[in-house]
Structures are given as C-alpha cells and as structure tokens.
Design a protein around this ligand. Structure first.
Ligand code: ADP
Ligand code: ZN
Ligand code: ZN
Length: 756
C-alpha cells in the first residue's frame, strides 16, 4: 500500500521522438492509487486532442512539478501489459545515457515482450456419438451432398478426437461447418490451456539428470576460484579464453549449478547461430525444466510465457541470444556470455547497445558475476584482462576432438605467377581430390563481407588504402560515367580508380569479388564427381533450410559444403578433414578497423572445423597477403601474438578499445540539408569541448548514401575517454532538440561494429 501522499506519476510516453523524450507528469486517480506501481504500462490523455496513448510509469511521487490543477489524470492501467521491474527501468536509463536513444526506445529494449498474450489454447474436435453412428451420419451427409460434414464425420468415425488445426487445415473444413455440427450436438470443440514449454518434447518426457563429467584439474580450478569469489561476496568479471572443445561449456554448467545451489539464477547468452540442439540438450540433461530457452523462432506468446515463468521464479536458467539478457530474474547471480567476441551481441537497431557492456551494468546493479567465454576473445575483453580489470582464465587444450589441425598458407600471388588463375590453389585442388578419393568431407569457406569491394593487386598483393584511416578503400563504379572511384568508409576520402598497381605496375589490380555460387559452379567443373552443398543467404531463406543443409552434410549426403561465415560456427562434423578458406583477404579488407580482428576470429573458427574426430585435419588459407600479421598468427593459432600487433594498430590509430569512437548518422529527406546539418553537428562536436580535443572524421556520405529516399551522412568522433563522447552526444542531443528539424533524425553508435 502506498501512502496517500504519493499521487503523481512521471510517465514516458510511447512515442519515439526526441521532442517527447522526457517524463510527463500525471495525477493518479483515487481508484488507481493502490494498483499503480512503477514500471506499469498505462493509458494517458496526451497532447492537445487528449488522445489516449500508452506510456510507462517510471516514478511515483508526491511532488507536483507543475500546478497540480493543471495536471492531467492517468486514464487506466493497460490490461495484460507486462510491467518493468525497477531494475529494468534503471537499466533502460543507463542504456539511454550510454548509447544515445530515446527513453522509450531503451524501455522497449529491456521489455522485449510488449504485451502479455493469451495462453496458447489447444483446440480439439471431439465426436459426441459413437463410431458407428458417426459413420452413419457421414453417409447421411454424403447423400445430402454436404461433403464437408461427411468428410469430417468419416474421419471422426475412425478417430474420435481430432486436433482442430488438422480439421481446418488438412481436412479443409470451415469453422461454420464445425459450428453447425456442434449445434446439431454431434461434435464438440474442446479447448485446453497449455503452458508453452520450450523443452524439446522427447526431453520433456522422461527427463533425468545424467551423470556429470568429472572436471579436469584445470576446469576445477577455474570453477573453484569463481565459486569461491561468489560465496565470499566478490562480484567481478571473468574472461575464459579457451579453444573450441577445451571444456568451457562444462565449466559454465558446473558454475551455474553452484550458483543455483546458493539460491540464485543465471542467464546464459549464446549467439543465435551457435544455439544448436546439441548445446541445448546438454543444458536440459543437466538442469531439466529449470531451464528455458529464448530464440527468434518463438512466437510473441511463447516469449511472454517464458518471461512470466522467469518473473515468477519457476525457472533458474535462461539461455538465449542478446535479448535473453533482459530476463526478469529476481535473484540473478550469474551472467555467462559465450562466444563473447560475436558481433551479434551488438544491437543493430536503436539503441545500439552491446550486450557485453549492458550485462556488466546489469551485474553491477544486481550483484551478479559476469563470465565471458571465447576461443578468440574480443580485443575489448582481452585488453581489460591485460589491464587487470577483469580476471583471465585459460584452457589451452582440446579435451575431445583430437589434435589441432595442420595449417597451410597458400600465396595466391605465386599461383598467378605460375599460371594458375583458378580460385583454388594447387595445394587445395590436390587436397580436395585426395578427400574425395578417401570419402572424407571438405568445407570451403568464403566471406560474404567481401562485397565491400576492396581493390587489390593479384600480382603483388598491394591493397588500396585510405591514407588517413589505414583501412581499405572501397570501389564504387559510377554507372553514368563508367569510371570507378575508391572511397574511404570512414572519412569519405576519394580517389580515382586505378588500372595499374601503384606498387608493381601490374594490370591485375581488381575489385575482389567472388561468391559462393561461382565457387559451386567451379567445383562442378573441376570435380564433376563431387556432391556439393551450398549454404549462404540465398539457400537459407527458408526457416528450416539452414538445419536441413547441415543435417544433409552431417549424414554425408555431400562431399563438399561451400558457404559463408554461417558454416564456420559451432558445428562438428566427424568426417570433415579439410577446410579451405578461399580468400582470407576478403574479410581482411572490409574497410573498417575491426577487419583484422574479425579475420583472425573467422580463420581460427574455420580451422577449428577440421579434424574434430580421430581423423587428422588440414586447413588451407589462401591469401594475397601471407605476410600480414593476422594471417601469420591465425595460421599459428597464436592469439597472444595477434593481440599484441592488433592493439598496437588500434592505439596508433585511436581505435577502440584503446580509444573510443562514436558514429553519428544523420538521416535526412533532403540531400543538401542533410549534408549541411552533418557539417553543423560535426563542427559543434569539435568545439563543444575544445580542451579535450576530440578527433572528428568526416562528415561524408555514408557508404550506402540513400535508403528509401532518406539521405545518410555520417561522421565519427574519436577520443580516448568514453565519457567525453557521451558528453558530446548529450550536447548534440540538446542542440538537436532546440532545432526545428522536422524531417531529419540523428542516430548515435558507440564503438561501431559495422560500416555505414
Ligand atoms: P567448449 O565449450 O570449450 O567448446 P565443451 O565443454 O563443449 O568445450 O567440451 C568439449 C567436449 O569435451 C565435449 O564433448 C564435452 O562433453 C567434453 N568434455 C568437457 N569437459 C570434460 C571432462 N572434464 N571430461 C571429459 N569430457 C569432457
Ligand atoms: Zn601490385
Ligand atoms: Zn579515411
């Protein structure tokens, strides 16, 4: 019960626009005094017309900020609206502050379920007469040419209860027909509430805990150190650096068990693409129905059920991608982020938050521990580990799956010199042939990001780079003038396309383009006997095709799987003994500062696919730049070596994690005003804290300059202090709010992961 004094509610309205991005105060009517609490969704009259719109209560107070008599009244509480816990509201505020978005957008992020849906109801059609009578009825209807009724009754004479979905679906019987039969008293439609469970059926029935694995000494030590901290009330962030198959997941599960034993709950984030059936089964077998899973395939209703179960404390563990972080656990004790380096932990929509950072804040708020795990940690996390801010653990050996594979680096420049113009090096050709002969499998991998269109010399490997940003230039061909320009995605630097290599003079300097489809065609030509499967965005448009292709390959229905980065994640195929990376350079020159890191991760993961069973594996990395430090260290599986060189580059160029970078994207309906406004904002950013001397890059037209007739201009601000960027963002936001830019909007992206 609230004291009578609390009678005003501060409310964020459900409109995502900077102008209304502040709390509005309302009076709480007597009837709602007791029912209303912080976090609830309410209907309120808004604006001149007093139309009812939705809003979220973020504060209840007895302090009127305006003349009380002029305040409007809360209309009602939204029925079935899921209310945000106080913690989640604070988290939303933190997200808004640190990533720059409206409060309502931040609220919607932490409240992934907008509305509690009705429980799913299973409907069945039940026959009220015996089988014989049903058969007679069927004949009656038949003779009256009531075909639909006849069809249903015949079916019911065989089987007395049918799912309604089958009746209206496969049997093609309308609800009118069903209702008509119901009125005749021959059938009845029964409904049954079922609590949606995400547990796979075969596991849900007859689940029992499997005997646990005896942890290795090394695993035990890690679990003990973290669990001891936990018992002693020490909460911090840990990074577990361990190659694939080194037993990280076992460590997670053991820790979760200990945390649960202390009466706490755990969230496990796994990138959607790595959320495989096998992984889930391991968790289910260990924890049974204490586990719930969130994924993008769940319907809104299924999600809402899972949230409800979590809020009620029916479950202790939530597994899922980024958004599972916002599971409303009362007793959160541990958050685990597996494959913490994954780009998918960064949100692409507004607010552009990073789940790793938000998890850090959530854990601080809740007094929980945070464990990050990866075979190739992000530079961010490793940098923090090196600085002692987070505690580092390592698992260096594979427990199962045999030895690490042998890696060959093939120099494509030499291939060209010796007359081989195929996309396959001679070594790769030989090895593919060998695997076909032995009946073993091959995976060939090409990075889709290559379409960024960097320009490199096939004779000497020279890559055209921006002199200011040290990232590769992208080729833009102008369809009117038939000439090509080379453009920097960061600063907008532009230069003419070249027809000869500035370094060696060769004419083989080209934009690098090759897709999975071309590779598939080439394979058919060079190895006509090979059975090839292709996996890319085109072949996986269908919901199930992704799994279909993988299971076909697992069943050895193909010899070679060609694909984009989709195929390098998490899947173990016992018969794969050869992995080919066709053009490692493609991801190396993606035109952004993370290209090297991403390439290292991809190469390491790709290599991890070969030789997962008793059969030894080999990996071929093809490249025009075999001397590039990323390639060298990836081939040696030397993370530490890579890290040292990469961090030096980031430091030199003021890129994250050593410094921070904020992208400011200006979206405009008008081309000229868009550019003018970006210049104005960039100028303002430069001068708003001159003593801090932020580095401004741009503005320039974004690499996709226009989407849906909205012009996109971009500029970047770099500084070593994150807070300096937040301050600049706040200043820009204030400035934007005072301007009357009807049709323009501005988006902020901190430490961006993608090109604009
Ligand atoms: P990661 O998560 O690092 O890829 P996993 O935890 O999946 O590693 O372990 C890899 C394989 O080794 C799995 O098949 C797992 O069951 C097995 N494994 C892990 N720890 C042990 C252990 N202590 N004893 C025996 N097998 C283990
Ligand atoms: Zn050259
Ligand atoms: Zn540049």
């Amino acid at each position: 019960m609230k004291s009578m004094g609390n009678c005003f509610a501060n409310i964020i309205v459900d409109i995502s626009h900077e102008k209304v991005d502040r709390p509005f105060q309302y009076r709480i009517p007597d009837a709602l005094q007791d029912a209303l609490s912080v976090g609830m969704a309410v209907m309120i009259p808004f604006g001149r017309g007093n139309n009812l719109i939705k809003g979220y209560v973020i504060e209840i107070t007895d302090h009127a900020e305006y003349d009380e008599s002029r305040l409007k009244m809360v209309d009602s509480i939204v029925e079935g609206g899921i209310s945000a816990q106080g913690d989640m509201l604070r988290l939303a505020w933190w997200i808004k502050e640190n990533y720059g978005s409206t409060m309502i957008a931040a609220l919607k992020t932490v409240l992934p379920v907008k509305k509690k849906l009705k429980q799913i109801v299973k409907k069945t059609v039940v026959c009220k007469v015996d089988a014989e009578t049903a058969g007679i009825k069927a004949e009656e209807y038949e003779s009256k040419h009531q075909k639909a009724k006849a069809r249903l009754m015949r079916e019911l004479s065989i089987q007395q209860i049918l799912p309604q979905a089958l009746v209206t679906g496969k049997l093609n019987i309308t609800t009118q027909t069903i209702q008509s039969l119901e009125r005749e008293g021959i059938i009845e439609v029964q409904t049954e509430d079922i609590y949606r469970s995400t547990l796979p059926k075969n596991i849900a029935d007859g689940w029992q805990q499997k005997t646990k694995k005896q942890l290795s000494e090394k695993q035990n030590e890690i679990v003990d150190r973290i669990a001891t901290d936990f018992r002693e009330g020490i909460r911090q962030t840990y990074l577990l650096h361990g190659v694939t198959g080194s037993g990280k997941t076992e460590v997670y599960m053991e820790l979760i068990e200990r945390v649960i034993a202390e009466g706490k709950q755990a969230i496990v984030l796994i990138p959607e693409i790595a959320l495989t059936y096998q992984t889930l089964v391991r968790f289910y077998q260990r924890f049974g129905d204490k586990v719930s899973v969130m994924n993008s395939r769940l319907s809104a209703g299924e999600r809402s059920d899972q949230y409800e179960r979590a809020a009620k404390g029916d479950i202790d563990i939530m597994i899922g991608p980024r958004s599972a972080l916002f599971t409303p656990f009362e007793r959160l004790g541990l958050v685990i982020i597996d494959e913490e380096h994954e780009g998918s932990y960064k949100s692409e929509g507004m607010p552009k938050y990073h789940a790793r950072e938000v998890a850090g804040e959530l854990c601080r708020m809740k007094g929980a521990s945070l464990l990050l795990g990866s075979a190739t940690p992000s530079l961010e996390s490793y940098y923090r580990a090196k600085s002692g801010e987070i505690k580092l653990f390592e698992l260096k050996e594979r427990l199962a799956g045999g030895e690490l594979p042998k890696v060959y680096v093939e120099d494509l420049r030499k291939e060209l010199k010796s007359g081989n113009r195929s996309i396959f090096s001679r070594r790769l050709q030989t090895l593919i042939g060998d695997r076909l002969a032995k009946g073993e499998q091959t995976m060939l991998f090409i990075n889709r990001r290559g379409y960024a269109g960097f320009v490199s010399c096939r004779a000497c490997g020279h890559v055209m780079k921006c002199p200011h940003c040290d990232v590769s230039l992208s080729e833009h061909t102008d369809r009117y003038r038939k000439t090509s320009r080379l453009v920097c995605h960061y600063c907008g630097y532009e230069t003419q396309g070249v027809s000869n290599c500035p370094k060696c003079g060769s004419k083989y300097i080209l934009g690098f383009r090759a897709g999975t489809q071309q590779i598939e065609e080439l394979l058919h030509r060079e190895f006509p006997q090979a059975r090839v499967l292709r996996m890319d965005a085109d072949t996986t448009k269908n919901k199930d095709s992704y799994e279909q292709i993988l299971s076909q390959f697992a069943n050895e229905e193909a010899d070679i799987l060609v694909g984009t980065q989709m195929i390098v994640k998490g899947h173990d195929f016992a018969k794969v003994t050869l992995v080919g990376v066709l053009a490692a350079d493609m991801s190396l020159y993606a035109g952004d500062y993370r290209a090297g890191e991403r390439t290292f991760q991809l190469l390491t993961q790709a290599a991890g696919r070969a030789g997962r069973s008793a059969l030894p594996g080999e990996v071929v990395i093809q490249t025009y730049q075999p001397e590039h430090y990323t390639i060298i260290h990836a081939a040696n599986q030397d993370y530490e070596g890579f890290y040292e060189e990469e961090i030096a580059y980031r430091d030199l160029m003021l890129y994250p994690p050593v410094a921070h970078m904020m992208a400011v994207l200006v979206l405009s309906k008008d081309e000229l005003s868009g550019m003018a406004r970006s210049r104005e904002l960039a100028d303002r950013a430069k001068h708003c804290c001159p003593d801090k001397r932020p580095v401004i890059i741009g503005p320039s037209e974004a690499s996709i300059g226009r989407i849906n007739d909205i012009y996109r201009n971009i500029f970047y601000i770099k500084h070593r202090g994150y807070q300096v960027l937040v301050d600049i963002k706040d200043d820009l936001e204030r400035f934007i709010n005072t301007m009357q830019w009807e049709s323009d909007s501005v988006q902020f992206d901190f430490d961006p992961m993608n090109n604009y």
